[in-house]
Ligand binder design. Structure first.
Ligand code: FMN
Length: 180
């Protein structure tokens, strides 16, 4: 049975939640899965996997540096499998900013790496002020105010379109079926 590895980079756990939903979808599609966290110290061996998905959230305009490092360190394996990538960010709550060529972070990110994933997903994230420390709360609230998002400190808003996440999962199953 083909095995799909989900490698994720998160701060508050929303990217992990998306991986968990994807895991359910691809397991229903008949595949084995593993979810592994990417941290500055993680040593992830990709040889075990028939297909790889890298998922990462945006903070202050960027994915964390270990995401680019991981991609560069594993470029041969990623390129040979083609692979999938998804980004989670608040800007993607706007329909006109959720395509690889319209989401500013993904657009820029794809220019910094040579990998061209076969599937790219861009999902709206979650804004949950109660989870953030003072400085982060102040900063993201300011960003939300600038971009007409929620600014009420009680807000806990999930901007992820879970139907799109599931469609990404199904596209992944098709990719694995095609490539194996
Ligand atoms: C401190 C902070 C900074 C953020 N910066 C950005 C940003 O620059 N652009 C953006 O679109 N979303 C930004 N976000 C929104 C996150 O991408 C969103 O909350 C996402 O769900 C986080 O995923 P995670 O829990 O997997 O880390 C920020 C969130 C926080 C708390």
């Amino acid at each position: 049975m083909a095995k799909i590895g989900f490698i994720y980079s998160t701060v508050d756990g929303h990217t992990l939640e998306i991986c968990q939903r994807l895991k359910t979808v691809v397991e229903e599609g008949g595949f084995e899965t593993a979810i592994l966290e990417l941290t500055p110290d993680s040593a992830i061996d990709l040889t075990d996997f028939d297909q790889i998905v890298v998922g990462a959230s945006i903070r202050y305009g960027k994915h964390r540096p270990e995401v680019v490092r991981f991609i560069n360190d594993n470029i041969e394996q990623l390129e040979s499998k083609h692979g999938a990538f998804f980004s989670v960010n608040a800007v993607a709550r706007k329909p006109e900013k959720k395509e690889p060529h319209t989401n500013p972070y993904v657009k820029k990110f794809l220019k910094t790496i040579t990998w061209q994933p076969a599937i790219i997903g861009i999902f709206g994230g979650r804004i949950h002020y109660a989870k953030y420390r003072f400085w982060d709360r102040t900063m993201i609230r300011f960003i939300m105010w600038m971009t007409k998002g929620p600014t009420n400190l009680d807000a806990n808003v999930d901007f992820t379109d879970w139907d799109e996440v599931e469609a990404f999962g199904r596209a992944l199953c098709e990719l694995v079926n095609r490539e194996n």
